[in-house]
Ligand binder design. Structure first.
Ligand SMILES: [Zn+2]
Length: 468
């Protein structure tokens, strides 16, 4: 009798063990943060663009929460990405591009006293890997801190069109996370939309510029160098006359081919995640550090505080597509992503963050964190959105300051600053006070010395992007 009972218990035990073994074991969290440098929100189909630049990102938007009015904290790569990585505003973290147009020459790495997103996740046991495009996202500025690997050579995003093996290093990290049962944070970044817009594959360029053209379409069409040190960026822009409407359209078409290229790359990453059975459980975030100007306010590129440089895509796909298809109309700040993903993961946020989690907004518990503020490279100028008005004190093209009615004039075509508008004095004071307050806060973190001895490779990358 006893033997029979023991035998039955053993059988039950084996059965229970088998059930436990067969039950799908929970996979560790996987966070994919993809930053597409220089991607304007309004050149994506899911943000209303008429041209078919982004079929794959549009499909992804249907599975994600889409923030319709996300605002970057700076119209430049280093400052904006560092806000994303630290949850601090640019005048506080003090990391910026060098840019002659902003009279900024000081390359400053992040102060060691400021924790980064990767460091925070690493401390909680995450594997952390960054595959980036170099330039102003380089380790010299502090971006590599907290990453097990932070590299711009292993994944050559520009070669992916012809060589699908480029993503194998990412596959290896997904496999390692699975094997070691450790959560994974992947930061992915590239410059395929950044000028000079001659990086897209031929079929994509021909999709947006079908006919023959005397203007350059690929790198090999660029005019010969005027000087030995003339950059590709300079040769590109020397090819176009900004006063000629057909030239402007041509430039925008080349940019759109770059957006389509980024869309292709995003889809390849998504397919890889699906192949590795990581997509459904992953938290996937797609965003941009800033947009790009195409003569809307008389100039090009990204350095000024206008909507076209600051309105960025922000798409968050939660695991198992929770909240899929939700569109959030309230204005939000791109750098709020750091506390948002930390809250979602249950990871405590570092002290002193200026950014705020968007989770209460998504739960319907609270309005969007406000106010919106962006800062130009030199930290001397601010743009604020307050009570329906956008104000910026960044002088440019002979105009000292800018005031726009946000709802009535979303494209910022009518500057009200010259008309003794009743809001002007209040907003001018608010922007000055904000700059002063942030300067004070930033002083607490000072102490980082200028980047010592920029190496030849970093100089080459910055030259290629037109910064030096
Ligand atoms: Zn950038």
């Amino acid at each position: 009798m006893i033997r029979k009972a023991v035998f039955t218990l053993c059988l039950l035990g084996l059965g229970a063990a088998a059930v436990l073994w067969l039950r799908p074991r929970p996979q560790p969290p996987c966070v994919i943060l993809m930053s597409i440098d220089t991607l304007r929100a309004d050149h994506l189909g899911c943000y209303g663009y008429a041209r078919a630049t982004s079929p794959h990102i549009d499909a992804f938007a249907g599975e994600a929460v889409q923030f319709m009015q996300a605002c970057s904290q700076a119209p430049s790569t280093a400052a904006s990405h560092m806000s994303l990585f630290t949850g601090l505003l640019p005048p506080v973290h003090r990391v910026t591009n060098t840019h002659a147009r902003d009279h900024t020459t000081d390359l400053r790495p992040l102060s060691p006293s400021i924790p980064t997103l990767a460091e925070t996740l690493k401390a909680r046991g995450f594997l952390t890997a960054g595959f980036h495009g170099g330039g102003y996202v380089s380790p010299e500025f502090g971006f590599g801190r907290g990453f097990d690997l932070f590299d711009h050579r292993q994944v050559r995003w520009d070669r992916l069109w012809h060589d699908h093996r480029q993503l194998e290093p990412i596959r290896a990290w997904l496999a390692r996370s699975r094997r070691e049962k450790k959560p994974l944070f992947l930061f992915l970044h590239h410059y395929l939309c950044h000028d000079p817009y001659v990086k897209a594959p031929r079929p994509l360029v021909e999709r947006f510029l079908p006919g023959p053209s005397p203007l350059p379409r690929w790198r090999r069409d660029l005019p010969p160098r005027l000087r030995v040190d003339e950059t590709t960026h300079e040769r590109f822009w020397r090819s176009f006359d900004g006063n000629d409407e057909s030239h402007r359209r041509h430039v925008i078409s080349l940019y759109d081919a770059g957006v389509a290229h980024a869309d292709f790359v995003f889809q390849r990453v998504r397919l890889l995640l699906e192949e590795e059975k990581a997509y459904d459980r992953a938290l996937v975030i797609l965003l941009a550090d800033h947009g790009e100007e195409f003569w809307e306010h008389g100039d090009i590129l990204h350095w000024r505080l206008f909507r076209e440089s600051l309105h960025v895509p922000l798409l968050v796909r939660f695991p198992d597509a929770a909240m899929a298809g939700r569109k959030i109309a309230a204005p939000v700040r791109m750098f709020d992503i750091m506390p948002t993903l930390l809250e979602h993961l249950g990871v405590p946020r570092p002290a002193g963050l200026q950014a705020a989690s968007l989770m209460p907004l998504l739960r319907g518990d609270a309005p969007a964190p406000a106010p919106l503020a962006s800062f130009s490279n030199g930290f001397a100028f601010a743009r604020i959105l307050d009570r329906g008005f956008v104000y910026s004190n960044q002088p440019s093209g002979g105009t000292e300051e800018w005031l726009f009615a946000a709802a009535a004039d979303p494209l910022e075509t009518r500057n009200l600053a010259g008309s003794a508008h009743p809001q002007l004095g209040r907003l001018r004071q608010a922007a000055a006070a904000l700059l002063k307050q942030q300067e004070k806060l930033g002083a607490a973190y000072r102490g980082g010395s200028a980047v010592a001895g920029m190496d030849r490779e970093l100089r080459r990358q910055l030259e290629a992007l037109g910064y030096l």
